[in-house]
Write a protein that binds this ligand. Structure first.
Ligand code: AMP
Length: 309
């Protein structure tokens, strides 16, 4: 058993608007958030992504300093890096995509480095399902766990390919709105049942500040969202969640519902840091000790005694 984690996703520049402020182009992308979160649990995390010539050296240095393996990250000098801009509404749970510039992503032919073709776990971050499938096809042996994420942009454009991918993964992590969009069911319990029937044994439904649900057969686990005094920018919360979730599992021997429950809490704690500052800032600074303290905070938040007389 190795504890290699292969991560596919965007490394991007984002421009974000929240009720508290606005940023120009800052570092973003699902692979960036996933990698930063995962780096706390494994030193063998390989990213598969593509960059344009405008990608700044200081951001490459940051990823390298976090010991992320960038052999699978290609850079096309004559192209521009993937760009996304979004605006959050007052509740911070909903957002509107203002602009998606695929740029270099249209030229992306993923190439999994030889040393990661036997990775124990594969995390397919939110991306074109055609590319997600191409990465899976390059694995030399069946990974112990394949986790995927997606979003409305891809659900609307490539539904057939997405269904083909969903049938091949073990865990799908999506938000409540996307679960409803994929299944046409309003009840999340029914949506999770339908999603399980499509292939994955484990379903994670993220509910923004209201936490996350984990479904496996007839088992359900409910993780709260940590009530935070300050939430500045929810961008990357879902990616930090799934990065923490999968990287926690990659260093555990067994993969079962009990381990997944802990993984959901680790992911939730990770995401709770991300939202406290714009972009990747809080996640970059977070220490393992702080993460451990926050996991304890999650525990005390939900622990209670009850005696009915
Ligand atoms: P999250 O808030 O967890 O959903 O992820 C936000 C990140 O996803 C941002 O940093 C964006 O750069 C990236 N992103 C936005 N749209 C897409 C897309 N269509 N495909 C892949 N990544 C995207």
């Amino acid at each position: 058993m190795n504890n290699k984690l292969l991560v596919l996703g965007t490394i991007a520049y984002d421009a974000i608007e929240t009720p508290f402020g606005k940023t120009e182009k800052i570092l973003g992308g699902c692979a960036t958030y996933i990698g930063l979160a995962a780096s706390h649990f494994t030193s063998q995390c390989g990213l598969i992504s593509i960059l344009g010539g405008d990608f700044e050296e200081k951001h490459l240095t940051l990823l390298k300093e976090k010991k992320l393996d960038l052999e699978g990250v290609e850079q096309l000098q004559q192209e521009k890096t993937f760009f996304w801009s979004g605006k959050y509404h007052n509740d911070l749970n909903t957002r509107t995509t203002l602009e998606t510039q695929l740029n270099v992503l249209t030229k992306f032919e993923p190439n999994v480095p030889e040393k990661f073709r036997d990775a124990r776990m594969v995390l397919l971050g939110n991306l074109d399902p055609n590319i997600q499938l191409k990465v899976l096809a390059q694995m030399k042996q069946q990974p112990d766990l394949i986790v995927m994420d997606t979003m409305n942009f891809w659900i609307e454009t490539y539904r057939d390919k997405l269904d083909e991918l969903i049938a091949k993964v073990d865990v799908i992590s999506i938000n409540d709105e996307e679960a409803r969009q994929l299944t046409q069911k309003h009840s999340l319990v029914e949506a999770a049942k339908d999603l399980q029937a499509m292939g994955p044994k484990y379903i994670v439904i993220k509910k923004g500040e209201h936490g996350a649900l984990l479904f496996h057969g007839s088992n359900i686990f409910c993780a709260p969202g940590l009530p935070l005094e300050e939430v500045f920018d929810p961008t990357g919360a879902g990616d930090s969640f799934i990065g923490g979730f999968t990287a926690y599992l990659v260093q555990r021997k067994k993969i079962n519902f009990e381990e997944m429950k802990t993984a959901v809490i680790v992911g939730s704690a990770m995401a709770s840091f991300t939202v406290q500052e714009f972009g990747t800032t809080a996640l970059e600074k977070m220490t393992f000790v702080q993460l451990a303290q926050r996991i304890q905070a999650f525990k005390s938040l939900t622990e209670f005694d009850i005696e009915l007389t």
